[in-house]
Design a protein around this ligand. Structure first.
Ligand SMILES: Nc1ncnc2c1ncn2[C@@H]1O[C@H](COP(=O)(O)OP(=O)(O)OP(=O)(O)O)[C@@H](O)[C@H]1O
Length: 698
């Protein structure tokens, strides 16, 4: 029952109550850890025992990691039941009893995120429990049996979390997830889900918590691992600790540039070229090109035991057709070689039978002169009919299959191809490009061939290399690297993941989308992004455009509408920027105000580095213990670097996905002058959680 006592007395009593519960939960965690550790000292005797030990070890790891947030919430049911919610589930010593703490990902925890006074889901009250290590520091209660629903769940706890200083690393948010976020986190994972959300709406939060939810709910997904794709190594570094903190390790984090083991991007490329090479047409072009590498049917003369055995062109054509049947080039080559070995063995066997037949006939003729037999049909009555036994034939095939000369002959007819060389050959040859990619203009082709002479790969080469490697297939079966599922997945280009999460998905080119689909043919994909923040060199202004060539219309859309990061004062500046970017969308609604008006400082170009250094020093002091980000047009970065020392100065594109307590935004006009510059400025403006200072050139 909720009483009308004064809040402070009530709070103190509630804090004491939750402290007692947290103490008990910590003690229970210690007991369970000790029990598991003791069980693990007994060596496993067989495979079943080892599998059990792996399970126990994982449980122990999970318990050890669950330090902060052991409990963060509580639901009081209308029927008097009390349920605590925490970062992991905790059971009593008696394993069959109800958990004393419900894992935030379990169905029983759902009302904690979704119950409202209008739809209380059997709950009378939701309580957020704030903790600092082992100490309860406060509680926020929300009655669920009262009047209308507010927009936010656990507003006090949420705003406290949002007001914290930024450390430069993203943190977990399971204690304060909001309704629209929860709906996406727990959505079905059977097909592609595309989540549109403006800046700071928690897309990254949702994406990462969804990974944890899916791995918890669908245990078999962990056997195939989940791929998390982000826009840059800096971004991956920013989110790096979230999934381990959520207890998830069956995860591979990568950018599109790092998806092929052993291949790295070593050079930048002109924007126009990136756009051309990202288009969907390349998939068909590469398919046609790889098909053109197949051997032409012609008569083949194979030499065996000093004799030539011709295989006529029609038979060779049939062998090629039945070998290809949708197989990758190298796999088809293996099947072709097997068929050719059979055809040669048959030819050798037939030749031998014919020879014996001839010899037989000659022998019979000689015999007939001495011992003519009336009624004889002229055929040999001998049981030696010249046919090879099955064993002899098998043996012959084996010898042919392992013969080095035959292998060389197959190689000369159907050579193995290195995907890198094959791709370079295509990209440097205007005639080949014209033939296989007829939708490219002569101007496009001239750009491509000129650039392809450069050493090393540019970002747009990686999806092309991936596609051609896939079409060619592996010449042999690649060795499986040892290690955890994540290590094995990271080491194999052809690994098929259980789920793929893409952050900043608006940046993906069509060919990068193809690369993602290849890794997840089941299409269990969650893509989050903001089409209005798109800066990449493609022409999409909507999700339907962006994924038409890969997903068609078979995907589900979801939306996030509330901005948690950027204060209202700064979000108010973004509407004209969005309009100038050509967007018809409204910026998301900011949930909080920092009370700090954005400030603009004007300066001449000559004074810019010095003024930037002074302003940065002021901001650093004000936000000491937090983070200040500096964002500038690419052209100004060298001059600014000299003035700002070791402070990283980011382009708007590099700041994508990141956030700072304060942003020093330098020369916004310079940013808008860049291609898709207003989208870039929209990104840059929305990085701060508290304060924005802009330096403009007079
Ligand atoms: N439910 C939540 N509880 C606590 N913090 C949250 C919540 N949702 C979002 N945040 C915080 O809001 C900030 C923005 O979240 P996030 O980076 O996920 O947004 P985003 O939509 O990916 O932004 P952008 O597109 O601008 O990169 C982060 O600091 C994040 O921790």
């Amino acid at each position: 029952m909720l009483s009308n006592d004064s809040p402070s007395i009530l709070d103190a009593a509630a804090v004491a109550e939750e402290q007692a519960f947290l103490d008990a939960a910590i003690a229970q965690r210690e007991r369970l850890s000790a029990r598991l550790a003791a069980e693990l000292t007994v060596p496993a005797e067989d495979a079943t025992g080892r599998a059990r030990q792996r399970g126990l070890r994982a449980q122990l790891e999970e318990l050890r990691r669950a330090t902060g947030g052991l409990i963060f919430g509580r639901l009081d049911g209308v029927d008097g039941t009390v349920r605590h919610v925490g970062r992991i589930g905790l059971r009593d010593d008696d394993d069959t009893a109800d958990p004393i703490v419900v894992d935030w990902r379990a169905p029983a925890a759902r009302p904690f995120y979704t119950a409202t006074p209008v739809d209380p889901q059997g709950q009378a009250r939701r309580r957020h429990v704030r903790t600092d290590g082992p100490a309860v520091t406060g509680v926020d209660d929300e009655p669920l049996d009262g009047a209308g629903a507010g927009e936010l769940v656990g507003e006090g706890a949420l705003l406290a979390a949002l007001d914290e200083r930024r450390t430069g690393r993203m943190s977990t948010a399971f204690a304060t997830l909001q309704r629209e976020q929860d709906a996406i986190i727990r959505a079905e994972a059977t097909g592609p889900l595309i989540v549109q959300g403006g800046p700071g709406t928690g897309k990254t939060v949702v994406a990462l918590h969804r990974v944890a939810y899916l791995l918890f709910t669908y245990r078999q997904m962990a056997e195939r691992a989940v791929l998390v794709l982000g826009p840059s190594p800096r971004f991956l570094d920013y989110i790096a600790q979230v999934l381990p903190a959520l207890g998830e390790t069956a995860v591979v984090a990568a950018t599109c540039d790092t998806l092929i083991p052993g291949e790295t991007v070593t050079r930048a490329e002109p924007r126009r070229l990136a756009e051309i090479k990202g288009r969907a047409l390349w998939q068909g072009a590469l398919e046609r090109y790889v098909r053109s590498l197949l051997p032409r049917p012609r008569e083949l003369k194979l030499r065996w035991d000093g004799e030539f055995h011709p295989i006529d062109a029609d038979t060779v054509a049939q062998l090629i057709t039945s070998a290809v049947q949708g197989r990758p080039y190298h796999r088809a080559r293996t099947v072709f070689a097997e068929h050719l070995h059979h055809a040669l063995a048959d030819a050798v066997a037939e030749r031998r039978a014919a020879l014996l037949d001839e010899m037989d006939e000659g022998y019979e003729d000689i015999l007939a002169r001495f011992r003519p037999e009336p009624g004889d049909d002229g055929r040999s009555g001998s049981d030696v009919d010249g046919l090879m036994s099955d064993e002899e034939l098998d043996d012959l095939r084996d010898r042919i299959a392992t013969d080095a000369t035959i292998a060389r002959f197959v190689e000369s007819v159907w050579p193995a191809r290195d995907p890198r060389t094959a791709l370079r050959t295509l990209l440097t040859d205007a005639a080949l490009l014209t033939r296989h990619a007829p939708d490219l203009t002569t101007g496009d082709i001239a750009l491509i061939t000129a650039d392809a002479e450069a050493v090393g790969w540019a970002p747009s080469d990686i999806p092309l290399l991936d596609a051609i490697t896939d079409l060619l297939g592996d010449p042999g079966s690649p060795p499986s690297p040892p290690g955890s599922v994540a290590e094995r997945a990271r080491g194999q280009r052809g690994w098929v993941y259980g789920h793929v999460v893409i952050d900043e998905a608006q940046e993906l080119s069509e060919m990068q989308w193809q690369m993602v689909l290849r890794r997840c043919p089941s299409r269990s994909i969650t893509a989050v992004g903001d089409i209005d923040q798109a800066e990449a060199a493609h022409r999409h202004t909507g999700w339907a455009d962006a994924v038409r060539s890969t997903l068609g219309n078979r995907w589900t859309a979801a939306e996030l509408t509330i901005c948690y990061r950027t204060p209202r004062e700064v979000m108010d500046l973004t509407t004209p920027v969005l309009r100038a970017a050509g967007s018809h969308n409204a910026p998301p609604r900011a949930v909080r105000s920092s009370g700090i008006p954005p400030q603009t400082v004007e300066t001449g170009a000559d004074r810019l580095p010095a003024v930037a250094a002074d302003t940065l020093a002021m901001l650093r002091q004000r936000w000491s213990g937090g983070t200040v980000g500096v964002i500038a047009p690419a052209a100004l970065i060298p001059a600014l670097t000299a003035a700002l020392g070791d402070t990283p100065i980011l382009t708007a594109a590099q700041s994508k996905g990141l956030e700072f307590d304060a942003t020093l935004l330098i020369d916004p006009a310079g940013i808008t002058a860049e291609p898709r510059g207003h989208n870039a400025l929209y990104v840059a403006l929305t990085r701060c959680t508290q304060q924005l200072v802009t330096l403009s050139l007079r």
